[in-house]
Design a binder for this molecule. Structure first.
Ligand SMILES: [Zn+2]
Length: 54
């Protein structure tokens, strides 16, 4: 199961296998999954989410 790149929480999936959260790409094009809670915490600011990721 995928984990949030920021807080490490397991990302939940809906029945349609859609992840509850978002995917942010860094400057190298690598994908990082961010959970819904972190997405809200950073006001959906992808640059800030990338800074906060581990
Ligand atoms: Zn998170």
């Amino acid at each position: 199961m995928a984990k949030c790149s920021i807080c490490g929480t397991k990302i939940q999936e809906t029945f349609m296998k859609k992840m509850i959260g978002t995917v942010v790409k860094d400057e190298k094009g690598k994908k990082h999954i961010v959970c819904n809670a972190c997405q809200q915490k950073f006001s959906n600011d992808k640059a800030e989410m990338l800074k906060a990721k581990k």
